[in-house]
Write a protein that binds this ligand. Structure first.
Ligand code: PMP
Length: 442
Protein backbone atom coordinates (compact mmCIF):
# COMPACT_ATOMS: atom_id res chain seq x y z
CA UNK A 1 0.00 0.00 0.00
CA UNK A 2 1.20 3.50 -0.86
CA UNK A 3 2.07 5.79 2.04
CA UNK A 4 1.66 8.87 -0.12
CA UNK A 5 -1.29 11.11 0.67
CA UNK A 6 -2.47 11.20 -2.95
CA UNK A 7 -4.80 13.77 -4.46
CA UNK A 8 -7.55 11.17 -4.44
CA UNK A 9 -7.55 8.54 -1.76
CA UNK A 10 -9.78 6.23 -3.75
CA UNK A 11 -8.12 6.31 -7.14
CA UNK A 12 -4.90 4.64 -8.28
CA UNK A 13 -2.36 6.30 -10.55
CA UNK A 14 0.10 4.99 -13.10
CA UNK A 15 3.72 5.61 -12.08
CA UNK A 16 5.43 8.15 -14.29
CA UNK A 17 9.06 7.18 -14.78
CA UNK A 18 10.42 9.20 -17.68
CA UNK A 19 9.81 12.13 -19.96
CA UNK A 20 10.46 12.25 -23.68
CA UNK A 21 9.64 15.56 -25.38
CA UNK A 22 5.88 16.00 -25.22
CA UNK A 23 5.37 12.49 -23.82
CA UNK A 24 5.40 11.02 -20.33
CA UNK A 25 6.17 7.33 -20.00
CA UNK A 26 4.89 5.12 -17.18
CA UNK A 27 6.44 2.10 -15.48
CA UNK A 28 4.71 -0.20 -17.98
CA UNK A 29 6.35 1.62 -20.88
CA UNK A 30 3.10 3.24 -21.96
CA UNK A 31 3.44 6.69 -23.57
CA UNK A 32 1.08 9.58 -22.83
CA UNK A 33 0.94 12.63 -25.08
CA UNK A 34 0.90 15.57 -22.68
CA UNK A 35 -1.85 17.69 -24.22
CA UNK A 36 -2.39 19.69 -21.05
CA UNK A 37 1.22 20.33 -20.00
CA UNK A 38 0.15 18.72 -16.73
CA UNK A 39 -1.88 21.79 -15.84
CA UNK A 40 -0.42 24.29 -18.32
CA UNK A 41 3.04 23.76 -16.86
CA UNK A 42 5.31 21.76 -19.16
CA UNK A 43 5.74 24.23 -22.00
CA UNK A 44 9.09 22.77 -23.10
CA UNK A 45 8.07 19.16 -22.78
CA UNK A 46 9.75 16.78 -20.40
CA UNK A 47 13.33 16.32 -21.52
CA UNK A 48 14.84 19.62 -22.59
CA UNK A 49 18.60 19.03 -22.57
CA UNK A 50 19.56 22.69 -22.19
CA UNK A 51 17.35 23.24 -19.15
CA UNK A 52 18.53 20.01 -17.55
CA UNK A 53 22.15 21.08 -18.08
CA UNK A 54 21.48 24.55 -16.59
CA UNK A 55 20.01 22.90 -13.49
CA UNK A 56 22.96 20.55 -13.20
CA UNK A 57 25.40 23.43 -13.44
CA UNK A 58 23.56 25.51 -10.86
CA UNK A 59 23.23 22.68 -8.35
CA UNK A 60 26.92 21.99 -8.81
CA UNK A 61 27.91 25.58 -8.00
CA UNK A 62 25.27 27.02 -5.71
CA UNK A 63 22.12 25.00 -5.09
CA UNK A 64 20.50 27.37 -2.62
CA UNK A 65 21.30 30.42 -0.52
CA UNK A 66 18.76 31.72 1.97
CA UNK A 67 17.54 35.14 0.81
CA UNK A 68 17.76 36.76 4.23
CA UNK A 69 21.53 36.39 3.90
CA UNK A 70 22.24 36.59 0.15
CA UNK A 71 21.03 37.44 -3.27
CA UNK A 72 22.16 35.19 -6.13
CA UNK A 73 23.14 35.56 -9.76
CA UNK A 74 20.30 33.43 -11.20
CA UNK A 75 17.70 35.29 -9.14
CA UNK A 76 19.01 38.70 -10.25
CA UNK A 77 19.28 37.59 -13.88
CA UNK A 78 15.78 36.13 -13.95
CA UNK A 79 14.29 39.29 -12.43
CA UNK A 80 16.10 41.40 -15.05
CA UNK A 81 14.88 39.13 -17.82
CA UNK A 82 11.25 39.33 -16.70
CA UNK A 83 11.15 43.06 -16.00
CA UNK A 84 12.80 43.91 -19.36
CA UNK A 85 9.89 42.14 -21.05
CA UNK A 86 7.03 42.91 -18.68
CA UNK A 87 4.18 45.36 -19.28
CA UNK A 88 4.86 48.96 -18.36
CA UNK A 89 5.31 50.02 -14.75
CA UNK A 90 6.33 46.66 -13.31
CA UNK A 91 9.70 47.05 -11.66
CA UNK A 92 10.42 44.27 -9.23
CA UNK A 93 9.95 40.54 -8.99
CA UNK A 94 9.17 38.66 -5.81
CA UNK A 95 10.09 34.99 -6.31
CA UNK A 96 8.11 32.19 -4.69
CA UNK A 97 7.63 28.47 -5.24
CA UNK A 98 4.31 28.31 -7.08
CA UNK A 99 1.06 29.94 -8.11
CA UNK A 100 -0.78 30.05 -4.80
CA UNK A 101 2.24 31.60 -3.12
CA UNK A 102 2.44 34.18 -5.92
CA UNK A 103 -1.20 35.13 -5.32
CA UNK A 104 -0.73 35.26 -1.54
CA UNK A 105 2.24 37.57 -2.03
CA UNK A 106 0.23 39.77 -4.39
CA UNK A 107 -2.63 40.07 -1.89
CA UNK A 108 -0.28 40.87 0.97
CA UNK A 109 1.68 43.37 -1.13
CA UNK A 110 -1.57 45.11 -2.02
CA UNK A 111 -2.57 45.18 1.62
CA UNK A 112 0.79 46.41 2.87
CA UNK A 113 0.86 49.09 0.16
CA UNK A 114 -2.35 50.63 1.49
CA UNK A 115 -1.16 50.38 5.09
CA UNK A 116 2.09 52.12 4.10
CA UNK A 117 0.31 54.97 2.32
CA UNK A 118 -2.10 55.55 5.18
CA UNK A 119 -5.25 53.89 3.82
CA UNK A 120 -5.47 50.85 6.10
CA UNK A 121 -9.23 50.62 5.69
CA UNK A 122 -8.69 49.35 2.12
CA UNK A 123 -8.82 45.63 2.72
CA UNK A 124 -11.69 44.32 0.61
CA UNK A 125 -10.87 42.25 -2.48
CA UNK A 126 -13.10 41.82 -5.51
CA UNK A 127 -12.71 38.77 -7.72
CA UNK A 128 -14.94 36.97 -10.21
CA UNK A 129 -17.25 34.02 -9.85
CA UNK A 130 -15.96 30.72 -11.23
CA UNK A 131 -12.38 31.78 -10.73
CA UNK A 132 -9.44 29.95 -9.23
CA UNK A 133 -6.44 31.68 -7.72
CA UNK A 134 -4.92 28.93 -5.62
CA UNK A 135 -5.59 26.71 -2.65
CA UNK A 136 -3.84 28.45 0.24
CA UNK A 137 -6.35 30.25 2.43
CA UNK A 138 -5.88 33.78 1.07
CA UNK A 139 -5.86 32.68 -2.55
CA UNK A 140 -8.80 30.38 -1.88
CA UNK A 141 -10.74 33.27 -0.36
CA UNK A 142 -10.10 35.27 -3.52
CA UNK A 143 -11.23 32.46 -5.81
CA UNK A 144 -14.85 32.26 -6.83
CA UNK A 145 -15.16 28.51 -7.23
CA UNK A 146 -17.99 27.53 -4.92
CA UNK A 147 -17.03 23.86 -4.81
CA UNK A 148 -13.46 24.50 -3.72
CA UNK A 149 -14.47 27.11 -1.12
CA UNK A 150 -17.48 25.38 0.37
CA UNK A 151 -16.02 23.32 3.17
CA UNK A 152 -13.50 25.96 4.26
CA UNK A 153 -16.02 28.74 4.87
CA UNK A 154 -15.81 31.20 6.51
CA UNK A 155 -12.66 32.25 4.67
CA UNK A 156 -10.07 34.60 6.04
CA UNK A 157 -10.40 37.72 3.94
CA UNK A 158 -13.37 39.71 2.73
CA UNK A 159 -13.96 39.08 -0.93
CA UNK A 160 -16.93 39.74 -3.14
CA UNK A 161 -17.42 38.20 -6.54
CA UNK A 162 -18.68 39.72 -9.77
CA UNK A 163 -19.54 38.02 -13.07
CA UNK A 164 -16.77 36.43 -15.11
CA UNK A 165 -16.21 37.65 -18.67
CA UNK A 166 -17.50 34.43 -20.16
CA UNK A 167 -19.15 35.31 -23.43
CA UNK A 168 -20.56 31.85 -24.15
CA UNK A 169 -22.84 32.04 -21.14
CA UNK A 170 -22.88 35.70 -20.09
CA UNK A 171 -23.47 37.45 -23.42
CA UNK A 172 -27.12 38.28 -23.99
CA UNK A 173 -28.76 37.68 -27.35
CA UNK A 174 -29.09 41.39 -28.07
CA UNK A 175 -25.59 42.27 -26.92
CA UNK A 176 -22.33 42.71 -28.84
CA UNK A 177 -19.11 41.44 -27.25
CA UNK A 178 -18.09 45.06 -26.65
CA UNK A 179 -21.39 45.77 -24.90
CA UNK A 180 -20.89 42.71 -22.71
CA UNK A 181 -17.45 44.02 -21.72
CA UNK A 182 -18.95 47.40 -20.84
CA UNK A 183 -21.75 45.85 -18.82
CA UNK A 184 -19.34 43.68 -16.83
CA UNK A 185 -16.94 46.55 -16.17
CA UNK A 186 -19.95 48.56 -14.97
CA UNK A 187 -20.86 45.66 -12.67
CA UNK A 188 -17.37 45.83 -11.17
CA UNK A 189 -17.66 49.58 -10.70
CA UNK A 190 -21.07 49.19 -9.05
CA UNK A 191 -19.58 46.66 -6.61
CA UNK A 192 -16.72 49.04 -5.77
CA UNK A 193 -19.21 51.83 -5.10
CA UNK A 194 -21.43 49.49 -3.12
CA UNK A 195 -18.53 48.57 -0.83
CA UNK A 196 -17.26 52.15 -0.75
CA UNK A 197 -14.19 52.67 -2.94
CA UNK A 198 -12.22 53.73 0.14
CA UNK A 199 -12.57 50.16 1.47
CA UNK A 200 -11.53 48.30 -1.67
CA UNK A 201 -7.96 47.09 -2.00
CA UNK A 202 -7.79 45.14 -5.26
CA UNK A 203 -9.56 43.47 -8.13
CA UNK A 204 -8.05 40.15 -9.19
CA UNK A 205 -8.72 38.34 -12.46
CA UNK A 206 -7.12 36.00 -14.97
CA UNK A 207 -6.73 37.59 -18.43
CA UNK A 208 -7.60 34.20 -19.95
CA UNK A 209 -9.46 31.99 -17.48
CA UNK A 210 -7.85 28.58 -17.19
CA UNK A 211 -8.84 25.87 -14.77
CA UNK A 212 -12.34 26.96 -13.83
CA UNK A 213 -13.74 27.85 -17.24
CA UNK A 214 -11.41 26.24 -19.76
CA UNK A 215 -9.36 28.83 -21.67
CA UNK A 216 -11.85 31.68 -21.81
CA UNK A 217 -10.39 34.96 -23.10
CA UNK A 218 -12.18 38.20 -22.26
CA UNK A 219 -14.15 40.06 -24.91
CA UNK A 220 -12.31 42.94 -26.64
CA UNK A 221 -12.10 46.05 -24.50
CA UNK A 222 -13.16 44.44 -21.22
CA UNK A 223 -9.78 44.66 -19.53
CA UNK A 224 -9.17 48.21 -20.78
CA UNK A 225 -12.39 49.24 -19.05
CA UNK A 226 -11.56 47.25 -15.94
CA UNK A 227 -8.23 49.08 -15.80
CA UNK A 228 -10.06 52.43 -16.07
CA UNK A 229 -12.54 51.48 -13.35
CA UNK A 230 -9.73 50.41 -10.99
CA UNK A 231 -7.78 53.63 -11.68
CA UNK A 232 -10.86 55.79 -11.16
CA UNK A 233 -11.31 54.37 -7.67
CA UNK A 234 -7.71 53.86 -6.59
CA UNK A 235 -8.16 50.07 -6.62
CA UNK A 236 -5.12 47.93 -7.47
CA UNK A 237 -5.41 45.55 -10.43
CA UNK A 238 -3.91 42.10 -9.90
CA UNK A 239 -3.67 39.98 -13.03
CA UNK A 240 -3.31 36.31 -12.26
CA UNK A 241 -1.24 34.90 -15.10
CA UNK A 242 -0.23 31.77 -13.25
CA UNK A 243 -1.77 29.66 -15.99
CA UNK A 244 -2.12 31.95 -19.00
CA UNK A 245 1.20 33.76 -18.66
CA UNK A 246 4.74 32.96 -19.81
CA UNK A 247 3.90 32.55 -23.44
CA UNK A 248 0.95 30.19 -23.19
CA UNK A 249 -1.33 32.49 -25.21
CA UNK A 250 1.32 33.57 -27.72
CA UNK A 251 2.74 36.60 -25.88
CA UNK A 252 5.01 36.38 -22.85
CA UNK A 253 2.34 38.06 -20.72
CA UNK A 254 -1.33 37.64 -21.60
CA UNK A 255 -1.92 41.26 -20.50
CA UNK A 256 0.03 42.45 -23.56
CA UNK A 257 -2.83 41.30 -25.78
CA UNK A 258 -5.28 43.33 -23.70
CA UNK A 259 -3.13 46.43 -24.11
CA UNK A 260 -2.98 47.05 -20.37
CA UNK A 261 -0.59 46.75 -17.49
CA UNK A 262 -1.32 45.78 -13.91
CA UNK A 263 -0.15 46.78 -10.45
CA UNK A 264 0.72 43.17 -9.72
CA UNK A 265 1.05 40.18 -12.05
CA UNK A 266 1.40 36.64 -10.79
CA UNK A 267 3.11 33.93 -12.85
CA UNK A 268 4.15 30.36 -12.10
CA UNK A 269 3.54 27.13 -14.05
CA UNK A 270 5.23 27.93 -17.39
CA UNK A 271 7.89 30.03 -15.67
CA UNK A 272 9.88 26.97 -14.67
CA UNK A 273 8.00 24.66 -17.05
CA UNK A 274 7.94 21.96 -14.38
CA UNK A 275 11.72 21.57 -14.30
CA UNK A 276 11.71 23.28 -10.91
CA UNK A 277 8.88 24.60 -8.73
CA UNK A 278 8.83 28.38 -9.07
CA UNK A 279 6.38 31.26 -9.21
CA UNK A 280 6.73 35.01 -9.10
CA UNK A 281 4.82 38.19 -8.38
CA UNK A 282 5.74 41.16 -10.55
CA UNK A 283 5.30 44.37 -8.63
CA UNK A 284 4.76 47.90 -9.91
CA UNK A 285 7.18 50.68 -9.05
CA UNK A 286 4.44 52.50 -7.16
CA UNK A 287 4.05 49.63 -4.67
CA UNK A 288 7.79 49.02 -4.35
CA UNK A 289 8.39 52.74 -3.71
CA UNK A 290 5.66 52.98 -1.09
CA UNK A 291 7.13 50.07 0.84
CA UNK A 292 10.71 51.31 0.38
CA UNK A 293 9.79 54.77 1.64
CA UNK A 294 7.63 53.35 4.41
CA UNK A 295 8.74 50.46 6.56
CA UNK A 296 11.33 49.40 3.97
CA UNK A 297 10.44 45.75 4.44
CA UNK A 298 7.75 43.48 2.99
CA UNK A 299 6.32 41.56 5.94
CA UNK A 300 6.37 38.21 4.22
CA UNK A 301 8.72 35.47 3.10
CA UNK A 302 9.21 31.74 2.76
CA UNK A 303 12.31 29.61 3.18
CA UNK A 304 12.53 28.86 -0.53
CA UNK A 305 11.87 32.28 -2.06
CA UNK A 306 14.34 33.05 -4.82
CA UNK A 307 15.68 29.50 -4.81
CA UNK A 308 18.88 29.67 -6.88
CA UNK A 309 18.38 26.39 -8.74
CA UNK A 310 14.73 27.13 -9.44
CA UNK A 311 15.67 30.58 -10.78
CA UNK A 312 18.43 29.12 -12.96
CA UNK A 313 15.99 26.57 -14.37
CA UNK A 314 13.37 29.24 -15.10
CA UNK A 315 15.94 31.49 -16.75
CA UNK A 316 17.05 28.60 -18.96
CA UNK A 317 13.43 27.85 -19.85
CA UNK A 318 12.65 31.45 -20.75
CA UNK A 319 15.85 31.92 -22.74
CA UNK A 320 15.14 28.72 -24.64
CA UNK A 321 11.65 29.94 -25.52
CA UNK A 322 13.08 33.22 -26.76
CA UNK A 323 16.05 31.77 -28.64
CA UNK A 324 13.92 29.18 -30.39
CA UNK A 325 11.23 31.79 -31.13
CA UNK A 326 8.63 29.55 -29.59
CA UNK A 327 6.08 32.30 -28.96
CA UNK A 328 5.51 32.61 -32.70
CA UNK A 329 5.28 28.83 -32.76
CA UNK A 330 2.61 28.97 -30.00
CA UNK A 331 0.44 31.17 -32.20
CA UNK A 332 1.00 28.93 -35.23
CA UNK A 333 0.38 25.68 -33.37
CA UNK A 334 -2.57 27.25 -31.55
CA UNK A 335 -4.18 28.12 -34.86
CA UNK A 336 -3.50 24.58 -36.10
CA UNK A 337 -5.00 23.06 -32.97
CA UNK A 338 -8.08 25.28 -33.13
CA UNK A 339 -8.62 24.45 -36.81
CA UNK A 340 -8.44 20.74 -36.07
CA UNK A 341 -10.80 21.07 -33.09
CA UNK A 342 -13.19 23.07 -35.23
CA UNK A 343 -13.08 20.50 -38.01
CA UNK A 344 -13.56 17.55 -35.67
CA UNK A 345 -15.94 18.99 -33.08
CA UNK A 346 -17.42 22.09 -34.72
CA UNK A 347 -20.72 20.31 -35.42
CA UNK A 348 -20.57 17.85 -32.56
CA UNK A 349 -23.95 17.64 -30.83
CA UNK A 350 -22.34 17.79 -27.37
CA UNK A 351 -19.69 20.42 -27.99
CA UNK A 352 -21.18 23.78 -27.06
CA UNK A 353 -18.17 26.02 -27.42
CA UNK A 354 -14.56 26.07 -28.62
CA UNK A 355 -12.45 28.94 -27.37
CA UNK A 356 -8.97 29.90 -26.34
CA UNK A 357 -5.84 31.71 -27.33
CA UNK A 358 -2.55 30.26 -28.53
CA UNK A 359 -1.80 26.87 -27.02
CA UNK A 360 -4.48 27.40 -24.42
CA UNK A 361 -7.69 25.99 -25.85
CA UNK A 362 -10.95 24.90 -24.27
CA UNK A 363 -13.83 22.66 -25.29
CA UNK A 364 -17.11 23.02 -23.41
CA UNK A 365 -19.41 20.02 -23.35
CA UNK A 366 -23.17 20.35 -23.12
CA UNK A 367 -26.10 17.98 -23.05
CA UNK A 368 -27.80 20.04 -25.71
CA UNK A 369 -26.27 22.68 -27.94
CA UNK A 370 -29.32 24.84 -28.45
CA UNK A 371 -30.16 25.34 -24.78
CA UNK A 372 -26.48 25.12 -23.67
CA UNK A 373 -27.73 22.88 -20.90
CA UNK A 374 -24.79 21.16 -19.20
CA UNK A 375 -24.69 17.46 -18.40
CA UNK A 376 -25.79 16.62 -14.88
CA UNK A 377 -22.59 17.08 -12.81
CA UNK A 378 -23.49 13.86 -10.95
CA UNK A 379 -22.65 11.96 -14.16
CA UNK A 380 -19.03 13.07 -13.73
CA UNK A 381 -18.48 13.24 -17.46
CA UNK A 382 -15.18 15.03 -16.95
CA UNK A 383 -13.80 12.23 -14.79
CA UNK A 384 -14.91 9.60 -17.29
CA UNK A 385 -13.29 11.57 -20.07
CA UNK A 386 -10.01 11.88 -18.19
CA UNK A 387 -9.98 8.14 -17.59
CA UNK A 388 -10.80 7.35 -21.21
CA UNK A 389 -8.09 9.74 -22.40
CA UNK A 390 -5.44 8.26 -20.09
CA UNK A 391 -6.40 4.77 -21.28
CA UNK A 392 -5.61 5.98 -24.82
CA UNK A 393 -2.32 7.61 -23.84
CA UNK A 394 -3.54 11.19 -23.73
CA UNK A 395 -3.28 13.73 -20.90
CA UNK A 396 -5.92 16.43 -21.09
CA UNK A 397 -7.39 18.49 -18.28
CA UNK A 398 -11.16 18.02 -17.95
CA UNK A 399 -13.17 19.84 -15.32
CA UNK A 400 -16.70 19.29 -14.06
CA UNK A 401 -19.74 21.45 -14.74
CA UNK A 402 -21.65 23.24 -12.02
CA UNK A 403 -24.92 22.33 -10.36
CA UNK A 404 -26.45 25.70 -11.15
CA UNK A 405 -25.84 25.15 -14.87
CA UNK A 406 -23.53 28.14 -15.09
CA UNK A 407 -20.85 26.03 -16.72
CA UNK A 408 -20.69 22.70 -18.51
CA UNK A 409 -17.97 20.08 -18.21
CA UNK A 410 -15.00 21.29 -20.17
CA UNK A 411 -11.61 20.15 -21.40
CA UNK A 412 -8.56 22.36 -21.13
CA UNK A 413 -5.76 21.79 -23.63
CA UNK A 414 -2.37 23.36 -22.95
CA UNK A 415 0.30 21.28 -24.69
CA UNK A 416 4.03 22.01 -24.84
CA UNK A 417 5.24 24.66 -27.30
CA UNK A 418 7.55 22.11 -28.95
CA UNK A 419 4.89 20.01 -30.67
CA UNK A 420 5.02 19.04 -34.32
CA UNK A 421 1.91 19.11 -36.52
CA UNK A 422 1.66 15.32 -36.29
CA UNK A 423 1.23 15.63 -32.52
CA UNK A 424 -1.80 17.84 -33.13
CA UNK A 425 -3.34 15.08 -35.25
CA UNK A 426 -2.60 12.51 -32.56
CA UNK A 427 -4.06 14.80 -29.91
CA UNK A 428 -7.35 15.38 -31.72
CA UNK A 429 -7.70 11.70 -32.74
CA UNK A 430 -7.18 10.50 -29.18
CA UNK A 431 -9.43 13.19 -27.74
CA UNK A 432 -12.17 12.27 -30.20
CA UNK A 433 -11.93 8.58 -29.27
CA UNK A 434 -11.89 9.37 -25.54
CA UNK A 435 -14.88 11.67 -25.87
CA UNK A 436 -16.87 9.02 -27.77
CA UNK A 437 -16.12 6.51 -25.07
CA UNK A 438 -16.99 8.88 -22.19
CA UNK A 439 -20.21 10.05 -23.85
CA UNK A 440 -21.24 6.42 -24.44
CA UNK A 441 -21.02 5.91 -20.68
CA UNK A 442 -23.39 8.76 -19.87
N1 PMP B 1 -3.83 30.88 -10.11
C1 PMP B 1 -4.25 30.27 -11.22
C2 PMP B 1 -4.89 31.08 -12.30
C3 PMP B 1 -4.08 28.90 -11.37
O1 PMP B 1 -4.50 28.28 -12.48
C4 PMP B 1 -3.45 28.16 -10.34
C5 PMP B 1 -3.22 26.66 -10.45
N2 PMP B 1 -4.10 25.95 -11.21
C6 PMP B 1 -3.04 28.85 -9.20
C7 PMP B 1 -3.23 30.20 -9.12
C8 PMP B 1 -2.37 28.13 -8.07
O2 PMP B 1 -1.11 27.69 -8.45
P1 PMP B 1 -0.38 26.50 -7.68
O3 PMP B 1 -1.18 25.27 -7.92
O4 PMP B 1 0.98 26.46 -8.31
O5 PMP B 1 -0.32 26.87 -6.26
Amino acid sequence: MSHVFHRSLTQSYPTAVRGDGPYLIDSQGKRYLDASGGAAVSCLGHSDAGVIEAIREQVGTLAYAHTSFFTSEPMEALADFLIERAPQGLESVYFVSGGSEAVEAALKLARQYFVEIGQPQRRHVIARRQSYHGNTLGALAAGGNAWRRQQFQPLLIDVSHVSPCYAYREQRADETPEALGMRLAAELEAEILNLGAENVMAFIAEPVVGATLGAVPAVPGYFKRVREVCDRHGVLLILDEVMCGMGRTGSLFAAEQEGISADLITVAKGLGAGYQPIGATLVSGRIVDAIRQGSGFFQHGHTYIGHATACAAALAVQKTIEERQLLARVSELGAGLRARLQERFGDHPHVGDLRGRGLFQGVELVRERASKEPFDPALKLHAKLKKAAMARGLMCYPMGGTLDGRRGDHILLAPPFILEETHLDELVDKLDAALRSALAEV
